[in-house]
Design a binder for this molecule. Sequence first.
Ligand SMILES: [Fe+2]
Length: 172
Amino acid sequence: MASPKRSELQERRKAPLATPTDLGKAATGTIAGTLNTLLADVFTLYLKTKNFHWHISGPDFTEYHELLDEQADQIFAMTDVIAERVRKVGGTTLRSIGHIARLQRIADNDADYVDPKDMLAELRDDNLTLVSKLREAHGILDEVNDVASASLIENWIDEGERRVWFLYEITR
Ligand SMILES: [Fe+2]
């Protein structure tokens, strides 16, 4: 088989990624937009949790270091599932760190030093923000009949509330 010409390859890049779905064009646009924004928040919170896992210090180091690793793993586990939900309904998903930065609603923390208690309080608040964004997304996805995404989100709300609970208990 002859290798494709450069012009053919360029043309192929413009081909739509039109996976069949019964949800309709308007609905899939809403689903992709909602889930991609959520995915940007999840990646942001994942990296911040790892950032604090790496940089936390003090007498409770081991306990906090391990708790944050456990929470980061739980958050990271959401990412592939969210991205693939978008692809399953024919949308396209995040492509880069820059793409995340354009969509994220949870703030980064690039400070050189953060007090351990402040790290935990900030993550508690960020997880609470994520829970409220998940709840908001659940309402939108329910409206456009994406029951599969809504059902996944119900578990992620429960997991998020557990992270908030732990972070709250160790900071009060
Ligand atoms: Fe680690």
